[in-house]
Design a protein around this ligand. Structure first.
Ligand code: GRG
Length: 297
């Protein structure tokens, strides 16, 4: 029993990085303070305790750092090596902070685009403070993320994470502007999902490896791991949109289908029930079409 509880404890990824996640929360709260009071309350909104979300990305990144830094020696007595490894860890924590700021910025803009009403179990910022402040707060967070990124003085890492922002915008645009053929294509779905969700996780994982001085081969492995994890995360998110409740999701359920967005569950259902394709092609503006699609699922 003792052994299995030790294994269980070691297997809980949050417990391994719990202390660091709490430091990250403090740092983020300090990093997102704006000068003008209205902007300050908007930017701080999702960094207050209780509305911090799952912190999935920082958790993965801190664990990635733990795994990749294992090969770096530590001396028992402290000294130059330990100072270097502490400095490395701090730089990797900074990647986790930047990643979370980019993520929250994208949520703020996404909720405006989708006219969302809830996020993380509370009113979304566009509802609480309006669309304009929501957009501006997202821009502000991106700016703070850029400043933190520049402080790392690593042009490859800057370029990776700057490209992620382009990917987020590209994925969102792909989602908004599909032709009927693209809407039912698994290839298109996976490309869009890479841009929208997996790119941030994969490129941040790669950044963690690059900062650790890992070889190009290991950096690509870190990238691939993040890519697959990101795609899997979005697939689960897509299924939860159908199976979850507003209370468990912290946002409205069935939101994808109501926005006419075709996700993996529908694509798989079309393979089994080709007649569903005609329902999808008609769009989901009609609530009866939503009900019909849900019957197939
Ligand atoms: C301004 C950076 C920026 C982007 C603008 C709107 C947009 C372009 C992109 C939207 C990207 C988006 C919202 C993708 C969805 C990713 C996703 C799975 C979000 C939910 O992540 P969770 O469940 O959320 O980890 P929590 O709340 O737990 O952090």
């Amino acid at each position: 029993h003792e052994r299995s509880s030790i294994i269980e404890e070691q297997m809980d990824p949050f417990s391994l990085v719990a202390d660091e996640l709490s430091i990250l929360a403090d740092r983020l709260r300090a990093m997102v303070v704006a000068e003008v009071p209205k902007l300050a309350s908007a930017a701080e909104y999702f960094f207050k305790m209780g509305v911090e979300g799952k912190r999935f990305r920082p958790t993965v990144l801190l664990l990635m750092a733990t795994a990749l830094n294992m090969a770096i020696p530590k001396s028992a007595s402290g000294g130059v090596i330990d100072t270097l490894s502490d400095e490395l860890r701090r730089r990797q924590q900074c990647i986790a902070e930047i990643t979370e700021m980019i993520h929250v910025a994208s949520l703020l803009h996404d909720d405006v685009l989708d006219d969302a009403e809830t996020r993380r179990g509370v009113g979304s910022l566009n509802i609480v403070m309006g669309n304009k402040l929501s957009v501006l707060a997202g821009d502000f967070l991106l700016s703070r993320a850029c400043v933190a990124l520049a402080s790392l003085e690593n042009t490859e890492v800057v370029s990776l994470l700057a490209t992620v922002v382009e990917h987020l915008v590209t994925g969102e645009t792909m989602q908004m502007t599909t032709t009927s053929e693209q809407r039912c294509s698994m290839e298109y779905y996976l490309q869009k999902t890479y841009y929208k969700t997996a790119s941030l996780i994969s490129n941040s994982c790669k950044a963690i490896a690059l900062l650790a001085g890992q070889t190009a081969e290991v950096s690509v492995m870190a990238y691939d791991y993040g890519r697959n994890l990101g795609l899997a995360y979005q697939l689960v998110d897509d299924v939860l949109d159908f199976t979850g409740t507003s209370a468990s999701l912290g946002k409205g359920s069935l939101s994808d289908i109501r926005h006419g967005i075709v996700t993996a569950p529908i694509l798989f259902a079309i393979e089994e029930f080709p007649q569903l394709r005609a329902v999808v092609d008609r769009g989901f503006e009609d609530p009866a079409a939503v009900d019909l699609a849900l019957d197939y699922l």
